[in-house]
Design a protein around this ligand. Structure first.
Ligand SMILES: Nc1ccn([C@@H]2O[C@H](COP(=O)(O)OP(=O)(O)OP(=O)(O)O)[C@@H](O)[C@H]2O)c(=O)n1
Ligand SMILES: O=C(CO)[C@H](O)[C@H](O)COP(=O)(O)O
Length: 435
């Protein structure tokens, strides 16, 4: 399987950017070499998400069975050169946050209470490191501040921000402006407009020498705490530190409105759907179908492996999607073994795994009662494995000796498979479809 490096493009290119904790041979090794000083993170997550208009604050809204904030935490936690991640939440969400930390197995998180504004929450987060009695939060050299509701932050940008912060005292991410910024009069008329090319949108992450940003917050005014929106401004005004600015990718945008949740889900699904592993039984027909399917699924990077090699778990680190081809009449033992392995390795802990079980019918011999029994067992299995975050779907395909008919069936099989992998729809788990 071709392996691309993570890059600052429109979306995470390589699913492993999201999937792995600490990919050997990835940039994490570079990070460890370049960052030889303590780095910590503050994630403000104490807001109520008024603009989202949902009863649940947006950082706790679920995407593919996991709260949004867990994706953001994971983006930092997977990097070995990053130490403690301080998550700042409203007091009433303290227990909810602890549950998320436990359920998603986050290991670097310390939860502290937020304030009534974002600046107050960030200040509370920073103060967690000045309490020298707590061994979980030693004072860092550099602290990265990042909104909990920006889940797609990649290592190369974090490295640049961290190294620039160490060098300059402060660093921030910018993006070109999408719209022109104008000033209005109190009566609602145009006062003046800014020359768009001269300005940039300030985004997150931002990095600071810890001593500088702490001092800036200690010196800033009540007005700043109440109405300020820019940490870089505090470093400049109160510590005379000019931040180095670095252009980031568009995926850094802040989840603010309902449509942003749908967009975040679409990005995660797209990233998870980039690769698949086809596992074929030993029979010649199954192997042939696997090869044809691989050609047809050209928008997904696929590996084909035989059942015999399936015990080799190396392929698991590459994908969250599996297409298991077996001949009709064979039971689910192969699928069951696979699910067991996922459980043991925690493979579906963070992202749902899709298994498409393809049943190849060579003859139409099975009687109706047999079929009903099989379907019931399949649905039962699917409803069991969904508890462990595994989405199991079935597709039957009848072998045909008529080439055009066979081609059409395989084409349908490919289309249904791609749709199931891309959609990851829990409501369809346990359905036995027909190609
Ligand atoms: N008192 C606050 C307010 C905001 N935040 C956090 O700051 C980040 C960016 O703020 P924003 O997008 O404005 O979040 P909300 O304040 O929740 O949203 P809204 O303004 O729509 O109410 C979010 O992760 C939010 O949880 C915080 O920690 N404490
Ligand atoms: O990205 C920023 C630069 O610091 C924003 O100011 C920050 O995300 C605050 O968001 P909001 O004003 O919506 O609370």
């Amino acid at each position: 399987m071709q392996q691309e490096r993570c890059s600052s493009s429109d979306r995470p290119l390589d699913p492993r950017c999201m999937l792995t904790r600490d990919a050997e041979g990835s940039e994490d090794r570079l990070g460890r070499a370049a960052v030889d000083f303590p780095v910590a993170v503050v994630l403000p997550a104490g807001g109520s998400g008024e603009r989202m208009g949902l009863p649940t604050p947006k950082q706790f809204c679920s995407i593919l069975n996991r709260p949004l904030i867990s994706y953001t935490i994971q983006a930092f936690e997977r990097l070995s050169w990053i130490g403690t991640v301080v998550v700042v939440v409203a007091k009433e969400n303290h227990d909810l946050m602890l549950n998320i930390v436990q359920k998603c197995n986050h290991t670097k998180v310390k939860v502290v209470h937020g304030g009534t504004t974002r600046h107050r929450s960030i200040f509370n987060g920073l103060q967690a490191f000045s309490n020298t009695t707590d061994s979980l939060t030693p004072k860092p050299k550099v602290v990265i501040i990042h909104d909990a509701v920006r889940p797609f932050v990649e290592e190369d940008l974090l490295l640049k921000i961290t190294l620039a912060a160490k060098e300059q005292g402060a660093s921030g991410t910018i993006r070109p402006l999408v719209s022109t910024v104008i000033a209005t009069t109190s009566e609602g008329y145009l006062d003046h407009s800014l020359e768009r090319a001269k300005y940039r949108a300030s985004e997150m992450p931002q990095g600071f020498l810890y001593d500088i940003i702490l001092q800036a917050y200690q010196r800033c005014s009540e007005f700043d705490f109440e109405f300020g929106t820019e940490c870089l401004h505090l470093a400049l005004q109160y510590c005379s530190t000019n931040a180095k600015l670095i252009e980031g990718p568009p995926t850094l945008w802040k989840v603010t409105y309902k449509r942003d949740l749908a967009a975040a889900e679409a990005i995660i699904k797209e990233t998870l759907s980039m690769s698949a592993c086809i596992i074929a039984g030993a029979e010649a027909e199954a192997v042939e179908l696997a090869k044809t399917l691989q050609k047809n699924l050209n928008m997904i990077e696929t590996d084909v492996i035989s059942c015999a090699k399936e015990s080799n778990t190396e392929y698991l680190s590459k994908t969250q999607n599996f297409i298991y081809i077996s001949m009709s009449g064979s039971n689910f033992s192969g699928v069951l073994e696979m699910v067991k392995r996922f459980e043991d390795l925690g493979h579906a802990r963070l992202y749902p795994v899709v298994i498409v079980w393809v049943q190849l019918n060579i003859t139409k011999q099975s009687v109706n009662s047999q079929k009903t029994e099989e379907l019931t067992a399949f649905m039962r299995l699917a409803s069991e494995v969904i508890q462990g975050n595994v989405l199991l779907y079935g597709i039957e395909i009848d072998h045909s000796k008529v080439p055009e008919q066979w081609e059409r069936s395989v084409e349908r099989l490919s289309q249904i498979t791609v749709a199931l992998i891309r959609e990851r729809n829990a409501a369809l788990a346990g359905q036995l479809l027909h190609a």
